[in-house]
Design a protein around this ligand. Sequence first.
Ligand SMILES: C[S@@+](CC[C@H](N)C(=O)[O-])C[C@H]1O[C@@H](n2cnc3c(N)ncnc32)[C@H](O)[C@@H]1O
Length: 531
Amino acid sequence: MLSSPDRNFVGVAGDARDQDNGRVMTGVGSLTKGETKGVGETPDESSQSYCLQSLEQELSWASHLGVYGIILPSPPNSCELFAAALSRIGLGSICTTQLMVRIPLLRQVDGAEVDGWNSWNALRLLCDQNPRLQVCLELTEDLPETDRELHRWLAEPVRSVIIPTDAFLTNKQGFPVLSKRHKAFLLQLFRNKVQVILQGLPEGAKETETEKYLHYVARLFQSRPAPTAQEQFETPYHDWLQAPLQPLQDNLESQTYETFEKDPVKYVQYEEAIHRCLQDKLAAGKKQLVAMVVGAGRGPLVVAVRSAAVRAGAQVKIWAVEKNPNAVVTLRHRCAVEEWTNVEVIGEDMRFWDAPRKADLIVSELLGSFGDNELSPECLDGAQRFLEPDGACIPSKYTSSLTPVTTHKLWNDVKNYNDLAHFETAYVVKFHQAFYPTSQVEKCFEFSHPNWELSSNDRYAQIEFTSEVDALVHGFAGYFHCELYAGLSVSINPESYSEGMFSWFPIYFPLRTPVNLKRGEKLTSSGRPAW
Ligand SMILES: C[S@@+](CC[C@H](N)C(=O)[O-])C[C@H]1O[C@@H](n2cnc3c(N)ncnc32)[C@H](O)[C@@H]1O
């Protein structure tokens, strides 16, 4: 039924077949649609032990054959025994094959419609969130009421999707089609590389009949828009934990600077902000202006100041201050080759440099994904000694913000390090298989420059969030919004995101123990103050 692990694949569900590698077995005997009897619901001990034995046998056989995956039946309502059996046999060493548990989007329990996500959540918690336990999601005719409930699945390890033929409608031409909502959801699942299994084609159906369904799903898959340049850049980073850069402690590599410099938004915004600031200085009667670019890297902000000065018709003397001796080589080279006659390069730490005169403008880009996490406020507080009393800083202000996040994969990646230190680390992450249980993105810390009073950069915040659905929270996603000058900004906060900018991914603060929330329940983030 299924094939290569890295491609979306459309197949037709039939009996369990075990001859070929790359196939899928449906586990624990053969099941019909909707049937939920399994290891967990067997009435007496002898049949329970019989079921366990057959599960063990089938899993071991599947492992032996090296099948691509095994689909287990839906867990029963109370799934403790089911989970115990899986943990003991399936998720242990016996079985090396992927285990997918079949979960219908909605299921009937005692005449009421129940969201399948809750059964999945209960099962995976009982299985200690074992990453080998995955989902074979069954689309049902009716879908969960809200898109937020549906989107929860996009953060789950959904490996395959069963589309029963009765989830299809028939269009005017007599062809099977999916409803708008089913279609949109399936398209979103395709982004997570799911494989598709069609189920319920009548026995002995003509090939053409089967092809109608296959073609429909294949056409839908092909209709996905081509990835944008930004998506192409970001794809290799999806759901990978990266240690945040430490540009003060470490010297960045040339390649890292080169990646930033390709950002199509950041430098445009900076140049515009610098231009406005220079215009304001000229309007205030200043003639010879001084700009200091602190943390100049390989020079893109020096170029931005020079271009803005030409546009504003301003005479600007520029000092480019950089503590990375390797980047200083590039700055000096550019200064000579590109004839930056109004630029002086200083190879020093901005906090200790003895500036020859004061600046009308200090330009920097020292921001981490959470605003202050690359020591921007501390470095700029050290540099403001050489700012004129009426001088301006670009950026002038940045604000970090937080929202709870469900991210099964990333949390498991942190857990795999098997130590506390990794749970107490923040990671830069391009979230992909992630879900946000609330639409709240709440402000956390704010820093302004200049900070003439040198007020402390220690911060403490306690923020309350209300979950809009039942959800399992694995941590917080963090962002920044940065005011450059006069309303111009750069931002990775989803509420004010600078479209097309790729210099920063969000930050992920993992929780040591995920929090299981019911709709309407509150979650409070509270860091322990360091003092
Ligand atoms: C994120 S990079 C930005 C570089 C450049 N402005 C750009 O946009 O490509 C930050 C730069 O600041 C430099 N830096 C960090 N702390 C510094 C300090 N205290 N004094 C001087 N340079 C510093 C780093 O070496 C790095 O080159």
